[in-house]
Design a binder for this molecule. Structure first.
Ligand SMILES: Nc1nc2c(ncn2[C@@H]2O[C@H](COP(=O)(O)OP(=O)(O)O)[C@@H](O)[C@H]2O)c(=O)[nH]1
Ligand SMILES: [Mg+2]
Ligand SMILES: [Zn+2]
Length: 310
């Protein structure tokens, strides 16, 4: 992994990684210690797009307690989405992640597989690998999950788990081992509970802990990176209701549906969008059930939507 390297007291130290970001400050992991770091105003001003959890940085000590951030090192991958208030602005969710795990739950909130398509696009565009984690399987009346079949066919790892029964937690551990991962998904699906199940030392607040205290629903308010040991890092993120499409072109949207690729070679037009052209092989295969109609529907919806937002 690409690490930050820098000098302290004339000796080189490596591995400063951003574990949390707040206004004008961030927390760093450095040589196994957590340190407080000042974010200079020119970086802070653009903070949402210029500094993220998972970033590797160069920093220098100000005194024995506080450090100052100097540079953010180039990123291997990013996970970003448009700023909800200004869709033209990219907002980073995490940086340098190997694996983005979309956590969904069987119930409370219910499984809405269509959101997975957007998540896949956002992941693919940022350069990380995707995975799907289906939590709360203890609440399932039926363990068959036909909705997830198209994703399984795409070769996306799917882990079914429950933090109540501990089913699937070991499989999840194997999946994330040695990687930097981000848990993303709706609030309430169990992201923080999964982190607690992976490492009991974390004791992160989850929804019902706060309910008992009567302080209302707890929501993880900012992304935080946790070191699970053995080069395994997991980022807990606040609930993300959906991934907006940021700066997406018709070509990049088509690339996000790799199952269309082979069929597209047989479309009458080279630049077929598979929306309204005659002799479109993609549409024919959808009719024959060879390409998942649910995935084609998702493509249709995303294509019309990105056309509108252009
Ligand atoms: N039945 C069931 N409930 C769970 C499971 N995992 C988490 N929960 C509950 O779901 C709620 C939301 O969990 P939380 O971890 O805060 O979700 P987050 O918002 O995604 O971080 C809490 O009340 C948890 O106790 C599970 O596997 N089964
Ligand atoms: Mg949470
Ligand atoms: Zn076509």
């Amino acid at each position: 992994m690409n690490r930050g390297a820098f000098y302290t007291d004339g000796k080189m130290t490596e591995g400063a990684i951003v574990i949390a970001v707040s206004s004008a400050r961030c927390r760093l992991f450095l040589d196994g210690k957590e340190i407080d770091c000042i974010v200079p105003s020119e970086i802070a001003r653009r903070q949402r797009s210029s500094l993220a959890v998972g970033d590797r940085v160069i920093a220098e000590p100000v005194d024995d307690k506080v450090w100052r951030l100097i540079t953010v090192l180039p990123r291997r991958t990013v996970l970003s989405r448009p700023d909800p208030l200004n869709p033209r602005v990219e907002r980073l969710i995490a940086a340098n992640i190997d694996l983005v795990i979309n956590v969904v739950s069987i119930k409370a909130p219910p499984l809405r597989p269509r959101l997975i398509d957007r998540f896949l696009i956002a992941t693919q565009r940022g350069g990380a690998q995707p995975a799907i984690c289906v939590n709360k399987i203890d609440l399932a009346e039926n363990r068959e999950l036909p909705e997830l079949q198209p994703y399984e066919q795409l070769g996306i790892p799917i882990v079914v788990c429950s933090t109540r029964t501990a089913e699937g937690i070991d499989a999840l551990r194997t999946l994330i081992e040695g990687k930097t991962c981000a848990l993303v998904g709706h609030s309430g699906v169990g992201k923080s509970s999964i982190l607690n199940a992976l490492d009991a030392r974390l004791q992160l607040a989850t929804a019902d802990v706060h309910k008992k205290r009567g302080t209302g629903r707890h929501t993880t308010s900012a992304s935080t990176l946790f070191d699970l040991g053995n080069e395994t890092y997991v980022i807990d993120t606040p609930g993300i209701r959906e991934f907006g499409l940021w700066d997406i072109t018709p070509e990049s949207l088509r690339q996000a549906f790799p199952e269309f690729e082979e069929a597209a070679e047989w479309c009458r037009f080279n630049d077929c969008t598979h929306l309204h052209e005659p002799d479109c092989e993609v549409k024919k295969r959808v009719e024959r059930g060879e390409i998942s109609p649910a995935r084609y529907d998702a493509y249709l919806r995303l294509a019309t939507e990105s056309e509108r937002s252009r």
